[in-house]
Every structure is written in C-alpha cells, then in structure tokens.
Design a protein. Structure first.
Length: 153
C-alpha cells in the first residue's frame, strides 16, 4: 500500500468520488428514509472556482481511497482570520488502520496553512467519532452541534 496525498479539483474527480460518497452516506447518514443523498456537484465546482472550497484526496496508486473537503473563508466573527471548516471527510474502511487518515489530515493542514488559513475545524458525527485521532493531532473539542429533522423538503 503506497498512499499519496494531493489537492484535486472536484470537477475532475467527481465520477471517481461518487461511489465513495455513496458508501460514506450509507455509513453515517441519519434520516436516510427522509433525506436522500443528492450532492450538488455543480455547486461544489462553483465554490471551488471561487476559492472557497478545497478538496484533498488520498490515493493508493491511482485508486481514490479517501477525501477531505473544506470550506475556507474569513470568519464572520473574526474577519482577520480565514477559517477552514470541513464539509466531509471519508476514508474507505480498509484504509482506516494505520496512518492514512492522519496523513490526509496533516497534508491538508500544511496546504491550508500555506494558503493563509488560521484555524481548521473538523466536525465528526456523534455516532461515528474519531476524537482520539483528532486529539492526537492537536485538535481540541470546541463546539457541539445538535440536529433535529423538522420536515420540509
């Protein structure tokens, strides 16, 4: 297993990502019977073209095995600082042992720091946490988010 990390464009790799995105949704999504997976791929591309979205990937050879997507912009409360907030992070289950996930996060951290990002925030699902990994990488618990399905489309 020779895993490499890179920053890629979602427009270029969307077709490769679709299977992993579906697997990710199956594994972690709540309210699946009410909220179906339907990514706005064009929206991802527009945000990426505007410099807001960044996509980092893990590959074993040419095979996509993971992704980490963040939104970057000056924080509305701290306009002197760019915050990167993750949209999604996923690694195929067969790559979760070892250091592949750590490598992906560290690679993204370096790229984001080089781009002037001050803070990286990573959300985890309460029912699928990986807190120990994040704490080992120097992250601290900063907020809790509660969700409730209230209807609508």
């Amino acid at each position: 297993m020779t895993v490499s990390y890179q920053q890629e464009f979602t427009a270029t790799i969307a077709s490769e990502m679709k299977k992993l995105v579906e697997d990710h949704w199956e594994e972690i999504a709540l309210n699946k019977e009410r909220i179906r997976l339907n990514p706005d791929w064009d929206g991802y591309v527009r945000l990426e073209e505007s410099g807001i979205l960044k996509c980092f990937t893990a590959r074993d050879g040419q095979v996509l095995v993971g992704y980490f997507i963040v939104f970057c912009r000056p924080h509305i409360h701290y306009m002197d600082h760019v915050f990167a907030v993750n949209d999604v992070i996923y690694l195929r289950p067969d790559y979760r042992r070892g250091r592949t996930g750590i490598g992906l996060i560290r690679f993204a951290e370096r790229c984001l720091a080089d781009d002037g990002v001050s803070v990286l925030l990573i959300n985890t699902k309460a029912h699928r946490p990986f807190d120990a990994v994040l704490e080992r990488l120097g992250f601290s618990l900063t907020e809790r988010v509660y969700g409730k399905y209230i209807g609508g489309n």
